[in-house]
Ligand binder design. Sequence first.
Ligand SMILES: [Zn+2]
Length: 53
Amino acid sequence: MKSKIMKCGVCGEYTLEAVCGKCGNVTKNPKPPRFSPKDPYGKYRRMMKIWTR
Ligand SMILES: [Zn+2]
């Protein structure tokens, strides 16, 4: 995934910028990383994704 969709916690605007273009507040990632290095099942989930393709 190249682009990181960020979401403003104040007005709910989705943006690719680190700062909301509407209200100027700092945006944050609405979703946790899909594959966390701490996730022991991430490897298997990646394999599953390849299989279901
Ligand atoms: Zn905003």
